[in-house]
Ligand binder design. Sequence first.
Ligand code: IVH
Length: 690
Amino acid sequence: MIRERIERLRRELNYHNHKYYVENAPEISDYDFDMMLRELQDLEAAHPEFADPNSPTKRIGSDITTEFKTVAHRFPMLSLGNTYSLDELHEFIARTEKEVGETEFVCELKFDGTAISLTYENGALTRAVTRGDGTYGDDVTENIRTIRAIPLVLQGKDYPPLFEIRGEILMPYASFDKLNAEREANGEPLFANPRNAAAGTLKQQSSAVVAKRGLDCTLYQLAGDDLPFMSHWENLSKAKEWGFKVSEHIRICRSVKEIDEYIGYWDEERKHLPFPTDGVVVKVNRYADQRALGFTAKAPRWAVAYKFKAEQALTKLLSVDFQVGRTGAITPVANLEPVFLAGTTVKRATLHNAEQMALLDIRIGDEVYVEKGGEIIPKITGVELAARPADSKPFEYIAICPECGTPLVRYEGEAKHYCPNQSGCRPQILGRIIHFIRRKAMDIDGLGEETVELLFESGLIRNIADLYDLQAVQLSVLPRLGDKSAENIIQSIEASKQVPFRRVLFALGIRFVGETTAKYLAAHFKTLDAVIGASREELTEAEEVGNKIAESIIDYFADEENRKIIGRLRAAGLQFEETGKELRSDVFAGKNFVISGVFSYHSRDELKEIIELHGGKNLAAVSANVDYIVAGKNMGPAKLQKAEKLGIKLISEQELMEMAEGDGARQATTADNDTTTTEKGQRPQQGVLF
Ligand code: IVH
């Protein structure tokens, strides 16, 4: 009875989900949908024996942190050759027809998101993998299950028992704008474009977050041994019947003229699409012809991408603001008459630096060309000189800091101006603290930009060392901060004392010392004292450190204020040395462990450390995510029962050691060999497509 009800609800929810998210033609109200979903959730909670990873309830995601396993693609995910030139595209068509004779092409939009490969077994989604390096990608199945446009179970019966379908995960402009608005309000860094936002979202550790981000997915490629048809077009059409979202804008073209018309149409029309596209993909339709054409090392010879030129808009330059970054670098930012460009309204654009402005001779009141690059802020690429007012005057660049009035300086070889007043200029002070707490630096996640400002305004912090003197009582009295968040902040500050040296070095915010440079410096010098004591020549012995970086490091540690801060950070207990806890192997990579019971030879902490040193992760509680339980004496009966039910493997302390040290080395080499057997070249010939 209950089982039937559960199955019926799942079927109906899947049906309505498809109507809503794929066909855009809902048949029931959101309310009715939610009611059915809630009923299913309740039933599933009461009857875990009927659990199903592809239940529509999985669309909501969960807060359980997932680690992404790296897995090999069954078929490599190749890229596409691309061109901006119609002539080159015509050459591609001519060459293709010369090789295989007159043939059909399928024209599609080139979606600007992030690629995904979905595996379906017996009609159910079993695996979703990102492109990665084309040979290996990340298994992001749990996150993908939350994307409503992706069917978890297929419709009909005539799908192959095992196949892959590939496509693009997209973030529609509406979702992107909403997400960035939220991030801005929370003081979080913005995503540069919908592509980055889509890719970043897929790597989120909590699928519940993914579920809320409004991702979409369009499928454009099938692969498998028993696809029903022998052409791309027919299989894509069939995939639509199975419930996949396939673009309605694909066309069969039989001549250069038809292809040109398709491109001409979409070059303009794409501006009205709700998601980003950056070109057109032209593919040979028949698999027999595709096979005859084959592959180059990186891309199929049966397809090419024609890329659209970046969209430009012409608008008026109203004024120029100057932003001061954490290193004191000055960036001129244009205030523009609002103009619609590639899906969003643009009001501001970067002008880069004084040199660039002079080069383009940009003046207030000019009509300027705006373009979107990869960055968050669009850029100005030129001036419409014909529209320049007769009385316009050359732009005069500022000579003093707009924030603190200090005269600006130029460093040799640097295009930007800098404000040298590091310890007295507000945006620099705040910028340094904000940089310090960043995820990739000290990862003090209880604090955000706004809280840092609040702490600064209330006089509690003036520099990064002050963070380590904060006390919960000082924080809990501040507006918007209660006892709980105050406690969280203190805890994450405390936890940051364990952050490894290379990240501490990056967190200091030394000009030109980015994440990678910090890593090289830490690897070379091992301790902060060695970095401080190094001469310019010695510094340049570290990888990627040239004179410019070396001088910046010397300047930083020569500064009295900085030396005081370093002294206080040292006293607070930050890691100023590489601990040598480098990974010993990755035999446990992607594996989750729970340690339970009492052990004979090692303490629990030692076992945890062993797991981590070999790339594994320790979890606190038994759940379906756990791969092994290291079971000692007196393991609790409840845990044991749960482990049995979930089919989790129990291992002893000795077995763990054997896996880590003994077998570890062997396993690692086997894995290496596997890499060569899944090498490119061998696999592509298999399956229908490749
Ligand atoms: S076909 C073997 N079709 O473009 C080629 N790719 O530059 C398989 N892309 O990684 C790709 N729209 O992420 C294909 N209609 C489309 C596409 C498309 C976007 C992306 C895809 C691929 C990249 C290659």
